[in-house]
Design a protein around this ligand. Structure first.
Ligand SMILES: [Zn+2]
Length: 314
């Protein structure tokens, strides 16, 4: 658990509202679960087996209210019941907790409705706003909350990932570096088979960089192996190109993510910037466009992108 939350529980000095910020929603949820279960736990630890914990984890604790946008916008209607929940007495005689997951998706109107409650903080009630990016919330909300990082404080992240996903510690280290040290993001990479995905992306990029025979069809096949997680695969390719560009300009091996592929990185660092930057721009553009038009034919868009890349590499 985040040190600030742990300390709040230990001292009983619990603030009225926290924002738990984390790129991966499950990271913020894990913090919230650890904290809120401990709050209702008979042992004060979030043991998982006492009545308070059981009710909480079954998501039917009468003193917990959860609002979850699940990726969609949270409109004012969704927060309308907060006042009647927070200003009544607690069922179990202890704290009450309101969790807003995907808080960054609250409309301005919803945020203003929530703000009214935060301005008149109800007794023994804690708000947890789980947000991918706290900055997308209104400054007036931010000023009333303690902002925490969901991904901080994961001891021995490397060992945990290695064990959980049966990969070597070297491979786990690469995934953590790719995730900028974020344990939960590294887990997403691990779940999606980062090493194989990365190796395929390097193979695909090599084909494109040198405009090899059948470059587009071979590359397409390699990338479409990851059709279900296309954005992630492209992201992995971009991390590799960043490695190449970084090495090309600084010769600093210490900053490389994919350190186990240093030989290819050195080789690709001989390519022109136009090739490397152009490829990265076009791949990033593909991700943006495919997010903006979810109904579009992604395969067709990908083919177009690959042909565009050949234009900058030849
Ligand atoms: Zn318990």
């Amino acid at each position: 658990m985040n040190g600030i939350l742990r300390n709040a529980l230990d001292t009983g000095n619990i603030a009225g509202a926290y924002i738990i910020e984390g790129a991966a929603p499950e990271a913020a949820w894990r913090e919230a679960d650890e904290f809120v279960s401990a709050l209702f736990c008979a042992a004060g630890t979030g043991c998982g087996s006492c009545p308070g914990c059981k009710k909480y984890f079954a998501r039917n604790h009468a003193d917990v209210m959860v609002i979850d946008g699940e990726g969609k916008s949270i409109k004012v209607d969704a927060v309308r019941d907060i006042p009647s929940f927070v200003y009544r007495k607690s069922y179990e005689g202890g704290y009450k907790a309101v969790i807003v997951a995907g808080a960054q998706d609250m409309t301005e109107q919803a945020q203003n409705a929530l703000l009214k409650v935060l301005e008149e903080p109800p007794a023994r009630t804690v708000f947890l706003l789980l947000a991918q990016n706290a900055k997308s919330l209104l400054p007036t909300i931010l000023s009333r909350c303690i902002i925490l990082d969901a991904h901080s404080n994961v001891p021995d992240a490397e060992g945990r990932i290695a064990e959980e996903f049966s990969v070597s510690t070297a491979a786990a280290r690469v995934m953590l570096r790719a995730a900028g040290g974020d344990y939960y993001k590294a887990r997403i990479y691990a779940e999606n088979g980062y090493t194989e995905m990365r190796n395929d992306m390097i193979l695909a990029l090599g084909r494109l960089f040198y405009a090899k025979n059948m470059a587009v069809s071979v590359t397409e096949k390699l990338i479409l192996k990851y059709e279900e997680s296309l954005a992630l695969a492209i992201d992995v390719a971009l991390i590799y190109i960043k490695d190449v560009l970084g090495y090309k300009h600084t010769q600093n091996e210490g900053a490389i993510v994919n350190i186990d592929r240093i030989e290819e990185i050195k080789k690709h660092a001989m390519l022109r910037d136009r090739t490397l930057v152009g490829t990265a721009d076009l791949l990033a553009g593909f991700t943006v466009r495919s997010c903006q038009c979810p109904g579009a034919n992604k395969k067709l868009m990908l083919t177009g992108t690959l042909f565009d890349i050949l234009e900058v590499t030849i």
